[in-house]
Design a protein around this ligand. Structure first.
Ligand code: PMV
Length: 324
Protein backbone atom coordinates (compact mmCIF):
# COMPACT_ATOMS: atom_id res chain seq x y z
CA UNK A 1 0.00 0.00 0.00
CA UNK A 2 1.34 3.37 -1.02
CA UNK A 3 0.26 6.57 0.74
CA UNK A 4 0.69 9.70 -1.40
CA UNK A 5 0.14 13.33 -0.43
CA UNK A 6 -0.41 16.03 -3.07
CA UNK A 7 -1.12 19.74 -2.92
CA UNK A 8 -2.96 21.90 -5.45
CA UNK A 9 -3.88 25.57 -5.43
CA UNK A 10 -7.16 27.31 -6.09
CA UNK A 11 -7.55 29.32 -9.28
CA UNK A 12 -9.60 32.33 -10.32
CA UNK A 13 -10.78 32.65 -13.92
CA UNK A 14 -10.23 35.97 -15.69
CA UNK A 15 -12.03 34.75 -18.82
CA UNK A 16 -14.88 32.72 -17.39
CA UNK A 17 -16.15 29.23 -17.99
CA UNK A 18 -19.94 28.91 -17.74
CA UNK A 19 -21.81 26.18 -19.59
CA UNK A 20 -21.15 22.51 -20.31
CA UNK A 21 -21.38 20.72 -23.64
CA UNK A 22 -21.47 17.42 -21.73
CA UNK A 23 -22.44 17.12 -18.08
CA UNK A 24 -21.16 13.59 -17.42
CA UNK A 25 -17.60 14.26 -18.55
CA UNK A 26 -17.74 17.93 -17.53
CA UNK A 27 -16.89 19.12 -21.03
CA UNK A 28 -16.98 22.92 -21.15
CA UNK A 29 -18.89 24.77 -23.87
CA UNK A 30 -16.27 27.55 -23.76
CA UNK A 31 -12.57 27.83 -22.94
CA UNK A 32 -11.30 29.86 -20.00
CA UNK A 33 -8.20 31.54 -18.66
CA UNK A 34 -7.17 31.61 -15.01
CA UNK A 35 -4.60 32.51 -12.40
CA UNK A 36 -3.44 29.83 -9.95
CA UNK A 37 -3.21 31.29 -6.43
CA UNK A 38 -0.32 30.55 -4.10
CA UNK A 39 -2.13 31.37 -0.84
CA UNK A 40 -5.13 29.05 -1.26
CA UNK A 41 -4.43 25.34 -1.37
CA UNK A 42 -5.81 21.89 -0.66
CA UNK A 43 -3.57 19.10 0.65
CA UNK A 44 -4.85 15.56 0.12
CA UNK A 45 -3.48 12.16 1.10
CA UNK A 46 -4.71 8.98 -0.59
CA UNK A 47 -4.02 5.32 0.11
CA UNK A 48 -5.70 2.29 -1.53
CA UNK A 49 -5.84 -0.79 0.67
CA UNK A 50 -7.54 -4.22 0.29
CA UNK A 51 -8.21 -4.29 4.04
CA UNK A 52 -10.51 -1.26 3.97
CA UNK A 53 -14.19 -2.10 3.84
CA UNK A 54 -15.23 0.95 1.84
CA UNK A 55 -13.90 4.37 0.84
CA UNK A 56 -13.25 6.53 3.87
CA UNK A 57 -13.06 10.30 3.38
CA UNK A 58 -11.85 12.53 6.18
CA UNK A 59 -12.12 16.32 5.99
CA UNK A 60 -9.69 18.01 8.34
CA UNK A 61 -10.59 21.36 9.82
CA UNK A 62 -13.72 23.11 8.62
CA UNK A 63 -14.75 21.43 5.42
CA UNK A 64 -17.63 21.17 3.00
CA UNK A 65 -18.16 17.54 2.14
CA UNK A 66 -18.46 16.39 -1.45
CA UNK A 67 -18.34 12.71 -0.48
CA UNK A 68 -20.41 11.19 -3.36
CA UNK A 69 -18.41 13.18 -5.95
CA UNK A 70 -15.14 12.05 -4.37
CA UNK A 71 -16.22 8.39 -4.38
CA UNK A 72 -17.28 8.70 -8.05
CA UNK A 73 -13.90 10.23 -8.82
CA UNK A 74 -12.06 7.41 -7.00
CA UNK A 75 -14.06 4.96 -9.15
CA UNK A 76 -12.65 6.63 -12.28
CA UNK A 77 -9.10 6.27 -10.93
CA UNK A 78 -9.72 2.62 -10.01
CA UNK A 79 -11.01 1.92 -13.53
CA UNK A 80 -7.93 3.57 -15.06
CA UNK A 81 -5.55 1.62 -12.81
CA UNK A 82 -7.47 -1.68 -12.87
CA UNK A 83 -7.77 -1.57 -9.07
CA UNK A 84 -10.63 -2.86 -6.95
CA UNK A 85 -9.48 -1.69 -3.51
CA UNK A 86 -11.20 0.94 -1.41
CA UNK A 87 -9.31 4.10 -0.57
CA UNK A 88 -8.71 6.30 2.42
CA UNK A 89 -8.65 10.01 1.58
CA UNK A 90 -7.66 12.75 4.02
CA UNK A 91 -8.08 16.29 2.76
CA UNK A 92 -7.68 19.78 4.19
CA UNK A 93 -8.01 23.28 2.77
CA UNK A 94 -5.80 26.06 4.13
CA UNK A 95 -8.57 28.58 3.42
CA UNK A 96 -12.09 28.86 4.84
CA UNK A 97 -14.38 26.49 2.90
CA UNK A 98 -17.52 28.02 4.35
CA UNK A 99 -16.60 31.39 2.85
CA UNK A 100 -17.87 30.65 -0.64
CA UNK A 101 -14.43 30.45 -2.26
CA UNK A 102 -14.18 27.73 -4.85
CA UNK A 103 -12.54 24.73 -3.20
CA UNK A 104 -13.55 22.19 -5.83
CA UNK A 105 -10.75 23.30 -8.19
CA UNK A 106 -7.89 22.81 -5.74
CA UNK A 107 -9.69 19.84 -4.17
CA UNK A 108 -10.12 17.75 -7.31
CA UNK A 109 -6.70 18.73 -8.67
CA UNK A 110 -5.00 17.55 -5.46
CA UNK A 111 -7.16 14.41 -5.40
CA UNK A 112 -6.36 13.62 -9.06
CA UNK A 113 -2.63 13.73 -8.41
CA UNK A 114 -2.63 11.94 -5.03
CA UNK A 115 -5.07 9.23 -6.12
CA UNK A 116 -3.35 8.43 -9.43
CA UNK A 117 0.07 8.21 -7.79
CA UNK A 118 -1.29 6.10 -4.93
CA UNK A 119 -2.85 3.79 -7.55
CA UNK A 120 0.53 3.40 -9.26
CA UNK A 121 -0.35 5.57 -12.29
CA UNK A 122 2.01 8.23 -13.58
CA UNK A 123 -0.32 10.77 -15.20
CA UNK A 124 1.10 14.22 -15.74
CA UNK A 125 0.28 17.46 -17.54
CA UNK A 126 -2.68 17.28 -19.89
CA UNK A 127 -3.58 13.67 -18.97
CA UNK A 128 -3.86 14.69 -15.33
CA UNK A 129 -5.74 17.87 -16.28
CA UNK A 130 -8.24 15.80 -18.25
CA UNK A 131 -8.86 13.53 -15.27
CA UNK A 132 -9.17 16.46 -12.83
CA UNK A 133 -11.76 18.03 -15.17
CA UNK A 134 -13.98 14.99 -14.68
CA UNK A 135 -14.14 15.90 -10.97
CA UNK A 136 -14.73 19.63 -11.51
CA UNK A 137 -14.37 21.73 -14.67
CA UNK A 138 -12.21 24.36 -13.03
CA UNK A 139 -9.96 21.70 -11.42
CA UNK A 140 -8.40 21.02 -14.84
CA UNK A 141 -6.78 24.47 -14.56
CA UNK A 142 -5.34 23.93 -11.05
CA UNK A 143 -3.03 21.19 -12.37
CA UNK A 144 -0.85 24.03 -13.68
CA UNK A 145 0.65 27.08 -11.99
CA UNK A 146 0.80 30.75 -12.97
CA UNK A 147 -1.45 31.78 -15.87
CA UNK A 148 -3.41 28.85 -17.33
CA UNK A 149 -5.64 28.40 -20.39
CA UNK A 150 -8.38 25.79 -20.58
CA UNK A 151 -9.50 24.52 -23.98
CA UNK A 152 -13.17 23.77 -24.61
CA UNK A 153 -12.13 21.10 -27.11
CA UNK A 154 -14.51 19.51 -29.60
CA UNK A 155 -13.99 15.76 -29.12
CA UNK A 156 -16.84 13.77 -27.55
CA UNK A 157 -14.51 11.85 -25.25
CA UNK A 158 -13.02 15.09 -23.87
CA UNK A 159 -9.45 14.24 -24.81
CA UNK A 160 -8.86 17.83 -25.98
CA UNK A 161 -10.79 19.50 -23.14
CA UNK A 162 -7.66 20.11 -21.08
CA UNK A 163 -5.75 23.02 -19.61
CA UNK A 164 -2.25 24.19 -20.52
CA UNK A 165 0.18 26.56 -18.83
CA UNK A 166 0.53 30.02 -20.42
CA UNK A 167 2.94 31.80 -18.05
CA UNK A 168 4.94 30.50 -15.10
CA UNK A 169 4.11 32.01 -11.67
CA UNK A 170 7.20 34.21 -11.67
CA UNK A 171 6.82 35.54 -15.22
CA UNK A 172 4.49 38.43 -14.34
CA UNK A 173 4.06 39.64 -10.73
CA UNK A 174 0.27 39.79 -10.48
CA UNK A 175 -1.93 39.31 -7.43
CA UNK A 176 -5.56 38.68 -6.61
CA UNK A 177 -7.20 40.27 -3.56
CA UNK A 178 -10.37 38.48 -2.43
CA UNK A 179 -13.00 40.34 -0.45
CA UNK A 180 -15.43 37.96 1.27
CA UNK A 181 -18.79 39.75 1.42
CA UNK A 182 -20.82 36.89 2.92
CA UNK A 183 -20.05 33.46 4.35
CA UNK A 184 -22.16 30.40 3.56
CA UNK A 185 -22.71 28.08 0.62
CA UNK A 186 -23.80 29.40 -2.78
CA UNK A 187 -27.51 29.51 -3.57
CA UNK A 188 -27.34 27.40 -6.75
CA UNK A 189 -24.39 25.10 -7.46
CA UNK A 190 -22.42 25.73 -10.64
CA UNK A 191 -23.53 22.59 -12.54
CA UNK A 192 -27.22 23.28 -11.92
CA UNK A 193 -26.70 26.96 -12.69
CA UNK A 194 -24.86 26.23 -15.94
CA UNK A 195 -27.50 23.78 -17.14
CA UNK A 196 -30.31 26.18 -16.31
CA UNK A 197 -28.54 28.96 -18.21
CA UNK A 198 -27.96 26.76 -21.28
CA UNK A 199 -31.57 25.57 -21.28
CA UNK A 200 -33.35 28.89 -20.68
CA UNK A 201 -31.27 31.96 -21.56
CA UNK A 202 -31.82 33.55 -24.99
CA UNK A 203 -28.31 35.00 -24.63
CA UNK A 204 -26.52 31.66 -24.24
CA UNK A 205 -25.66 31.22 -27.96
CA UNK A 206 -24.14 34.72 -28.01
CA UNK A 207 -22.10 33.94 -24.89
CA UNK A 208 -20.64 30.84 -26.55
CA UNK A 209 -20.10 32.58 -29.91
CA UNK A 210 -18.30 35.62 -28.46
CA UNK A 211 -16.02 33.66 -26.13
CA UNK A 212 -13.08 33.02 -28.44
CA UNK A 213 -12.60 36.76 -28.96
CA UNK A 214 -12.31 37.32 -25.20
CA UNK A 215 -9.72 34.55 -24.92
CA UNK A 216 -7.71 36.00 -27.82
CA UNK A 217 -7.84 39.45 -26.26
CA UNK A 218 -6.67 38.09 -22.90
CA UNK A 219 -3.84 36.12 -24.51
CA UNK A 220 -2.62 39.22 -26.38
CA UNK A 221 -2.72 41.27 -23.17
CA UNK A 222 -0.73 38.58 -21.34
CA UNK A 223 1.87 38.31 -24.08
CA UNK A 224 2.34 42.11 -23.89
CA UNK A 225 2.18 42.11 -20.02
CA UNK A 226 -0.52 44.76 -20.45
CA UNK A 227 -2.53 44.86 -17.21
CA UNK A 228 -4.88 47.57 -18.48
CA UNK A 229 -5.90 45.42 -21.43
CA UNK A 230 -6.09 42.24 -19.33
CA UNK A 231 -8.19 44.05 -16.72
CA UNK A 232 -10.61 45.31 -19.36
CA UNK A 233 -11.30 41.85 -20.79
CA UNK A 234 -11.41 40.36 -17.27
CA UNK A 235 -14.22 42.72 -16.24
CA UNK A 236 -15.99 42.27 -19.57
CA UNK A 237 -16.00 38.46 -19.25
CA UNK A 238 -17.20 38.64 -15.63
CA UNK A 239 -20.05 41.07 -16.29
CA UNK A 240 -21.06 39.27 -19.46
CA UNK A 241 -21.28 36.01 -17.49
CA UNK A 242 -23.37 37.61 -14.74
CA UNK A 243 -25.64 39.26 -17.32
CA UNK A 244 -26.05 35.81 -18.87
CA UNK A 245 -26.85 34.30 -15.46
CA UNK A 246 -29.48 36.98 -14.84
CA UNK A 247 -31.10 36.13 -18.17
CA UNK A 248 -31.77 32.51 -17.10
CA UNK A 249 -35.27 31.50 -15.95
CA UNK A 250 -35.54 31.62 -13.00
CA UNK A 251 -32.67 34.11 -12.88
CA UNK A 252 -29.35 33.40 -11.18
CA UNK A 253 -28.37 36.34 -9.01
CA UNK A 254 -25.20 35.55 -7.06
CA UNK A 255 -24.51 39.09 -5.84
CA UNK A 256 -25.47 40.91 -2.66
CA UNK A 257 -25.54 44.69 -2.09
CA UNK A 258 -21.94 44.67 -0.86
CA UNK A 259 -20.82 42.93 -4.07
CA UNK A 260 -22.19 45.92 -6.02
CA UNK A 261 -20.62 48.42 -3.59
CA UNK A 262 -17.19 46.79 -4.01
CA UNK A 263 -17.47 46.75 -7.81
CA UNK A 264 -18.11 50.50 -7.64
CA UNK A 265 -15.29 50.97 -5.13
CA UNK A 266 -12.83 49.25 -7.45
CA UNK A 267 -13.93 51.48 -10.34
CA UNK A 268 -13.29 54.52 -8.12
CA UNK A 269 -9.83 53.24 -7.18
CA UNK A 270 -9.04 52.96 -10.85
CA UNK A 271 -10.16 56.55 -11.49
CA UNK A 272 -7.81 57.56 -8.69
CA UNK A 273 -4.93 55.83 -10.46
CA UNK A 274 -4.77 52.48 -8.63
CA UNK A 275 -4.98 49.73 -11.24
CA UNK A 276 -7.51 47.17 -10.02
CA UNK A 277 -10.09 45.04 -11.85
CA UNK A 278 -12.99 42.98 -10.51
CA UNK A 279 -14.03 39.46 -11.16
CA UNK A 280 -16.87 37.53 -9.49
CA UNK A 281 -17.78 33.83 -9.67
CA UNK A 282 -20.91 31.90 -8.72
CA UNK A 283 -21.11 33.64 -5.36
CA UNK A 284 -21.01 37.15 -3.86
CA UNK A 285 -17.25 37.45 -3.25
CA UNK A 286 -15.30 40.10 -5.17
CA UNK A 287 -11.88 39.15 -6.49
CA UNK A 288 -9.58 41.96 -7.55
CA UNK A 289 -6.81 41.60 -10.12
CA UNK A 290 -3.85 43.92 -9.54
CA UNK A 291 -0.07 44.19 -9.62
CA UNK A 292 1.59 42.28 -6.78
CA UNK A 293 3.10 45.48 -5.36
CA UNK A 294 -0.37 47.08 -5.09
CA UNK A 295 -2.01 44.14 -3.31
CA UNK A 296 -1.33 45.24 0.29
CA UNK A 297 -2.85 48.67 -0.31
CA UNK A 298 -5.94 47.21 -2.03
CA UNK A 299 -6.28 44.62 0.74
CA UNK A 300 -6.32 47.39 3.36
CA UNK A 301 -8.82 49.51 1.41
CA UNK A 302 -11.27 46.63 0.82
CA UNK A 303 -10.85 45.38 4.39
CA UNK A 304 -11.99 48.79 5.67
CA UNK A 305 -15.25 48.70 3.68
CA UNK A 306 -18.23 48.23 6.02
CA UNK A 307 -19.56 44.67 5.97
CA UNK A 308 -16.54 42.96 4.44
CA UNK A 309 -16.10 39.68 6.35
CA UNK A 310 -12.43 39.10 5.53
CA UNK A 311 -9.87 39.85 2.87
CA UNK A 312 -7.32 37.41 1.45
CA UNK A 313 -4.53 38.20 -0.95
CA UNK A 314 -2.39 35.99 -3.12
CA UNK A 315 0.32 36.04 -5.72
CA UNK A 316 0.46 33.44 -8.47
CA UNK A 317 1.34 29.96 -7.31
CA UNK A 318 2.53 26.57 -8.56
CA UNK A 319 0.67 23.71 -10.17
CA UNK A 320 -0.34 20.50 -8.40
CA UNK A 321 2.62 18.69 -6.87
CA UNK A 322 3.42 15.72 -4.68
CA UNK A 323 4.39 16.63 -1.12
CA UNK A 324 7.26 14.44 0.11
O1 PMV B 1 -15.96 23.92 -12.44
P1 PMV B 1 -16.77 24.68 -11.47
O2 PMV B 1 -17.99 23.96 -11.08
O3 PMV B 1 -15.93 25.11 -10.31
O4 PMV B 1 -17.30 26.03 -12.21
C1 PMV B 1 -16.59 27.22 -12.28
C2 PMV B 1 -17.45 28.35 -12.70
C3 PMV B 1 -16.94 29.76 -12.41
O5 PMV B 1 -16.18 29.79 -11.21
C4 PMV B 1 -18.14 30.68 -12.23
C5 PMV B 1 -16.10 30.32 -13.56
C6 PMV B 1 -14.73 29.75 -13.73
O6 PMV B 1 -14.28 29.69 -14.88
O7 PMV B 1 -14.08 29.39 -12.73
Amino acid sequence: MQRVTARAHANIALVKYWGKRDTTLNLPAVGSLSLTLEALSTTTTVAFCPDFERDRIVFEGEGATHTPRIVAFLDRVRRLAGLKMPAEVTTANNFPTGAGLASSASGFAALALAATRAAGLDLEGSALSRLAREGSGSAARSIFGGVVAMHAGDQDDGRDAVAEPVLSPGAWPLAVVIAVTAAGPKAVGSTAGMNRTRDTSPFYPAWVASHADDLDEARRAIAARDLTALGAVTEHSCFKMHGLMLSARPPLLYWNPLTVALVQKVATLRQEGLEAYCTIDAGPQVKVLCRADAAAEIEAILGAEPGVVRVLSSRLGPGAHVVP
